[in-house]
Design a protein around this ligand. Sequence first.
Ligand SMILES: Nc1ncnc2c1ncn2[C@@H]1O[C@H](COP(=O)(O)OP(=O)(O)OP(=O)(O)O)[C@@H](O)[C@H]1O
Ligand SMILES: [Mg+2]
Length: 254
Amino acid sequence: MGKTIAIVNQKGGVGKTTTAVNLAASLAAMEKRVLLIDCDPQANATSGLNIVPDDAHNIYRALYAAETAAQMIYPSLNSYLLVLPSVPDLAAADLELVEKMAREFFLQEVVRKVCSDFEFILLDCPPSLGLLTINALCAADKLLIPLQCEYYALEGITHLMHSFELVRKRLNPNLELLGVVLTMFDKRNKLAHQVENEVRNFFGEKVFNTIIPRNVRLSEAPSHGLPVISYDYKSKGSQAYLQLGQEFVHWIGQ
Ligand SMILES: Nc1ncnc2c1ncn2[C@@H]1O[C@H](COP(=O)(O)OP(=O)(O)OP(=O)(O)O)[C@@H](O)[C@H]1O
Ligand SMILES: [Mg+2]
């Protein structure tokens, strides 16, 4: 049975999607069978892998008909990497679910239906702690937090850790913090080093050794519909996500 990892930070633009897409691609390059579920109505992971879902086959539809989830999965360029894509309609789910019974567990049902086919299921979450993100935390075994190396990096982390603890206590006792990955690191910037120290003091052993540098190739790759390793294998961004993939597998023990 696959391990499910929710990639969460309610702050916008910290590298969640870049990490979801490129970690997924790195794991697929290691011949691990990976399913990337795009849980964000912005659908950046979907378009970043050049997937154009139709109205009937996407995560929004799957949420309300978990038994059909396997039919909502699309192939990518790498046969080890499959995608359950998002559409802007998914934004409605955050409100619609409020009225439903067991509203926190719709995504868990979807994951349960498909997890036996994969080693890893990565959940790319929207920049909020709304019901979609709570659904991801309830569906996941592990939480992965990308943190951007800038002044406000730790702002909001208390709130995120509070939600994590609440979910653990009340909804999903299996959930564990896998780790924190530092993103968009600029080694020439003194502040970035200070932020790294601060984050390592706060999270201790839970911070990945691999640090993702700021790298223009990482920001260009999605406009070509490619993960960075397919766009420019030799780039610093590619090499960092390949290394993160290795460390991730080691940490998760698989
Ligand atoms: N290491 C990096 N180097 C350079 N650019 C990056 C890097 N990581 C992410 N970016 C760029 O920064 C922007 C935000 O990244 P990304 O979309 O991954 O963040 P996000 O947390 O998913 O955002 P949102 O909260 O809106 O979903 C994107 O334009 C992306 O291409
Ligand atoms: Mg995103």
